[in-house]
Design a binder for this molecule. Structure first.
Ligand code: MN
Ligand code: MN
Length: 351
């Protein structure tokens, strides 16, 4: 009891709260505490600041899903992917034996300036955000968002790297090369068509992995063949194994383009392991096969940029889809760290 007239009560002392507690930085706190940034890394949205810091990798969100044809929700993907991580502070990649954030300078560059229900504006602002980051020399990693965001995102990187070329290694159950969907050109079923038509990426520098199911129709494959695109059906992975197919995909990715943009539609993973997607297609890759493929591809090619798309958290009560997407990004960053530790330059020096 505190006596009358003895000054303000000291409840902290009474409860034992007045000790000299150790406090932690946002980076070292558990990931559910404090601001939600990727890896609890600094939130740096100003391209001039990203340039000044000499950032190697900048993660940026594209919370846009107005291009979906079926189940929506990928607008909630970037935040869910940022949240789907329990380890905090300086991470240690057991698979690659590297502490990625000790080797690389990585920041979260925030989200593109998206409003709902305005596809052209959304794509324009995603293009702008990715272009401004790429122009600093940092490697952008874009958190989708539905797959339509790869059109503005890869276009921006092709623009900044011109006249050097980029190729695309594209993991997906779907080819996303439709001419249109119900007359819509900017759908999530059409971005790869737009990229090739515009000249941003040559068809012969396009490699697809994991296609299966019942779409697109035969005439679309005829068009793809005519562009010189190369693809590996899920059937081939079943017959030959992921390791052999990824060997071929790496050789094809290195054949032609100066650098590679990696696009991961999380629905390439079997819906049993990644149920929260817009267009689930049974019979897909294992999560571990995709994570290993990312480590191997990033280790082998010059990475120009990357996106992880189609994570729709409302269709996944257990958050495993977002966790898989989060690890896709971490595996790529860790593979880049291994390269930098060995003396490779990760950043791109624009003209
Ligand atoms: Mn897709
Ligand atoms: Mn897909």
């Amino acid at each position: 009891m505190i006596a009358e007239g003895s000054g303000p009560p000291d409840y902290a002392r009474l409860a034992g709260w007045d000790r000299d507690w150790e406090v932690f930085s946002d980076y070292d706190l558990p990931t559910y505490v404090g601001p939600t940034t990727f890896g609890s890394l600094p939130w740096v949205t100003d391209p001039d600041e990203i340039r000044r810091l000499g950032v190697d990798v900048a993660v940026v969100g594209a919370p846009f899903d107005d291009g979906t044809s079926h189940r929506p929700g990928a607008r909630f993907g970037p935040r869910a992917i940022r949240e789907a991580q329990s380890a905090s502070g300086s991470l240690n990649s057991l698979q690659l034996d590297v502490e990625p954030f000790e080797v690389l300078t990585v920041v979260d560059a925030g989200d593109a300036n998206i409003v709902p229900s305005w596809t052209q504006r959304g794509h324009a602002l995603i293009h702008r955000a990715v272009r401004d980051i790429a122009a600093t020399g940092a490697i952008p990693i874009i958190l989708g968002g539905d797959h339509s965001i790869t059109w503005p995102s890869a276009s921006a990187i092709a623009e900044v790297r011109h006249p050097r070329s980029i190729g695309i290694v594209h993991f997906d159950a779907h080819a996303d090369t439709g001419p249109d969907l119900w007359g819509v050109l900017a759908s999530h079923g059409t971005p790869m068509r737009r990229l090739i038509e515009s000249g941003a990426v040559a068809g012969r520098n396009f490699v697809q992995v994991g296609l299966r199911g019942y779409w697109p129709p035969v005439d679309v494959f005829d068009w793809m063949r005519a562009q010189g695109m190369r693809w590996h059906l899920m059937r081939e992975i079943e017959e030959r194994g992921a390791e052999a197919v990824i060997d071929d995909a790496i050789a094809e990715a290195l054949d032609g383009a100066d650098a590679v943009y990696l696009s991961i539609d999380i629905d390439v993973i079997d819906p049993g392991m990644a149920p929260g997607t817009g267009t689930p297609e049974p019979g897909g890759m294992l999560t571990r096969e995709v994570l290993r493929a990312i480590r191997r591809i990033v280790g082998a090619v010059d990475l120009a940029g990357m996106d992880v798309v189609e994570v729709s958290p409302p269709f996944d009560h257990a958050e495993v889809t977002a966790a898989a997407a989060n690890r896709c990004v971490l595996e790529a960053i860790s593979a880049l760290a291994v390269k930098k530790r060995a003396g490779a330059r990760i950043r791109f020096e624009p003209r």
